[in-house]
Every structure is written in C-alpha cells, then in structure tokens.
Design a protein around this ligand. Structure first.
Ligand SMILES: C[S@@+](CC[C@H](N)C(=O)[O-])C[C@H]1O[C@@H](n2cnc3c(N)ncnc32)[C@H](O)[C@@H]1O
Length: 216
C-alpha cells in the first residue's frame, strides 16, 4: 500500500537519486519470476536508504530480511569501498538470483549474506553497526529491535519497514482478521519506540511506513 498519491510518488521518485540499473533489473526479474514481489522496498525507499547510508557516512550495515537482495544493493551502492552490508535471511533459495545481480554490480562485493533464523544469527555477528534495517518476520520485530539497539555504533540508527502495515495499525485488536498475526506485533514495536525514553523515533508515512530510530 502507498499512502501517497501514485502520481505524486512517481514525481518524487523522478526528482530523487535512484538506485542503479543493476537494482532496477533485479527488481524487474523479481517482479517477473518470484512470488511476493510486493515485499521489495522499491525505488522511493531504496533512494531513502541510500540517502541515509551516504549522509550518515555509514560503514557497516546490518539488514534483517534479504529476499532477493534489492534493498541490500541499494545500501551497498552508497557505502564507501571498505563498507559492508551483512544481510540475514532464513531462506537460501533466492541467493543465486541475488548473487547474479550483486555479481554484476561494482558494489555487490560489499554484501555478505548469512543464512538462518535472525534471532539465532544476530548474536554470532561481531562488532557494531551504523545502520540496521529491519524488514523480516513481523512477529519478531520488537525482539529484533531490542537485540540490535545495544549493537548500534555511537551514530547508529535503526530503520524499520512496514510499520503502518497497510493502515492496519489503526485497528483495535477486536477488528483484526483472525489470520492476522502481524499487526499486533508491529503495533507493539511502534508503542515501544514511542514510550521509550532511550529512543528517538520518527515514523515516516512513506510507502508502507518507515520508522527511523536512534538512541537519545
Ligand atoms: C520483506 S522481505 C525482505 C525484502 C528486502 N528487504 C527487499 O526489499 O529487497 C522479508 C524477508 O525476511 C525473511 N525472513 C522471514 N523470517 C525470517 C527470520 N526468522 N530470520 C531471517 N529472515 C527471515 C524472508 O525469508 C524474506 O526474504
């Protein structure tokens, strides 16, 4: 779901620095051949991630949720040559497709994919991160946030995707579909950030909602 009129969003994209041709082609192949392609962050959010990486002079990125590797490459393209993106996914099936495009891009060698449930792989990672992008299973959103806050560098930020969840975050528990096991977890993360004295958050109504979070 987009919260902004499509024409306005397209105008905003057309005036923004956008991800490269490699990212564009990876997005096109994902949309043509891979189920659930709406999970891609897309050009507007890709541009924002690139802006954050560039303007904060980020060197180390942790991404939770690789999918076909689109957002990982959006961020890698804006890192310095010695920067790195460690991207985590429970699934190895899409790695060959990611590597096809990461391999063509001059920035693809900055990306390292780690396979496994993120709650298990994060504790095994070394060092701190300047930017953590959370975009995986919604049931663990708050767990991921609590896990990565102590791993942020001094200037570090966390970016959390889909925090408006197509507007479902406005619903009371009694209004949610019985099959919906995501909304309450996203609401819990949003409430946690809003109520925390240790975090400073700005929730942007871009695409499906993006929370920018840093330590106070
Ligand atoms: C929304 S997609 C990521 C999209 C990607 N950031 C992009 O825009 O290019 C979510 C991904 O999280 C992964 N995922 C789901 N549960 C996970 C878990 N427990 N640990 C790690 N990854 C998980 C899924 O396999 C899926 O590829």
């Amino acid at each position: 779901m987009n919260f902004i009129n499509e024409e306005i969003e397209n105008y905003a994209i057309s005036k923004s620095n956008r991800p490269s041709q490699f990212v564009k082609e990876l997005g096109e192949e994902t949309k043509a051949n891979i189920p659930m392609a709406m999970m891609l962050v897309g050009e507007m959010e890709g541009s924002l991630l690139g802006f954050l990486v560039r303007s904060l002079k980020v060197k180390r990125v942790l991404e939770i949720g690789t999918y076909t590797g689109y957002s990982a490459l959006c961020m890698a393209e804006n890192l310095p040559m010695d920067g790195e993106v460690i991207t985590l996914d429970i699934d190895d099936e899409l790695t060959p497709l990611s590597k096809k495009y990461w391999g063509q891009s001059p920035d693809g060698n900055k990306i390292k994919k780690v396979i496994g449930p993120a709650l298990e792989t994060i504790p095994n990672l070394e060092g701190s991160f300047d930017l953590v992008f959370i975009d995986a299973d919604k049931q663990n959103y708050l767990n991921y946030l609590k896990m990565v806050i102590p791993r942020l560098s001094e200037k570090g930020i966390v970016v959390v995707d889909n925090v408006l969840w197509s507007g479902n975050v406005l619903k009371a528990a009694s209004e949610l579909e019985p099959t919906d096991n995501s909304t309450t977890h996203i609401q819990a993360l949003n409430d946690y950030v809003c109520q925390s004295n240790e975090l400073y958050g700005t929730l942007l109504p871009i695409r499906d909602g993006i929370f920018l979070i840093t330590k106070t």
